[in-house]
Design a binder for this molecule. Structure first.
Ligand code: E4P
Length: 227
């Protein structure tokens, strides 16, 4: 399973890459806002860091960048997508799962610009992006589970549909808006390719009360051992 960092903050991206070996980054307009930088500066800074690290290439370290969410016309979406894609070979264009977005993603993929169809909330929405060759599809988990839904079956259904039609592994399933380590484990059990979440959730993955307790026990034993 691949781990992507859901952030446009360069210090967090560097930390998560060096500490956890994250495999890529996803951003959205909210993350850009939280970076405190204008859109073009935030994504250019990430592109420059990729170059410095020698990670150039969408296969090495994909970075999803969402186009202006106000755009609902395919031609306008294409114009912005091409401009953003020209900044870095690592950029994957994030497009909303709406009719105009599917049309744009289909054309971009034919041009060799990779796409991530986002804001997916049902298995049915996940089918057309795969049929049209998008690199990623992003079903959101946290937003649904915060409203009382259990997403295990929803992810499993997408995985099963992709397996039924040969999309599995071609269009990779990014479980997005992950809020807890338990959700990461659920997505892994269901067969999702990727999870994306913030730094704090990856840090929480490595915390367990018994690990802390066990370290205390072993420290006491170490200190009491005859020298
Ligand atoms: C990633 O691709 C999604 O945009 C992201 O996971 C949404 O999460 P958020 O609700 O934390 O912004």
């Amino acid at each position: 399973m691949k781990f992507f960092l859901d952030s446009a903050k360069l210090d967090e991206i560097k930390y998560a890459y060096n500490t956890f070996g994250i495999d890529g980054v996803t951003t959205n307009p909210r993350h850009i806002m939280l970076s405190g930088k204008p859109f073009m500066t935030a994504i250019t800074d990430i592109a420059n860091w990729i170059k410095e690290e020698g990670l150039e290439g969408v296969d090495k370290f994909p970075v999803s960048v969402e186009i202006n969410p106000h755009l609902t016309d395919t031609e306008e979406m294409l114009k912005m997508a091409r401009e953003v894609a020209g900044i870095s070979p690592n950029f994957v264009i994030k497009i909303p799962a709406i009719e105009a977005g599917i049309a744009a993603a289909r054309i971009l993929e034919k041009e060799g610009i990779r796409t991530n169809v986002t804001l997916v909330f049902s298995p049915a929405q996940a089918i057309l992006p795969a049929k049209n060759g998008s690199l990623f599809v992003s079903p959101f988990i946290g937003w649904k589970e915060a409203n009382g839904e259990d997403c295990k079956q929803y992810i499993k259904d997408i995985v099963d549909i992709y397996k039924n039609y040969g999309y599995y592994g071609k269009t990779e399933i990014i479980c997005a808006a992950i809020r807890t380590p338990k959700q990461i484990a659920d997505c892994a059990v269901a067969g999702a390719d990727i999870v994306t979440t913030g730094l704090a959730v990856y840090q929480d993955c490595m915390k367990h009360a018994y690990t802390t307790q066990g370290l205390g026990t072993f420290c006491d034993a170490w200190d009491a051992t005859a020298k």
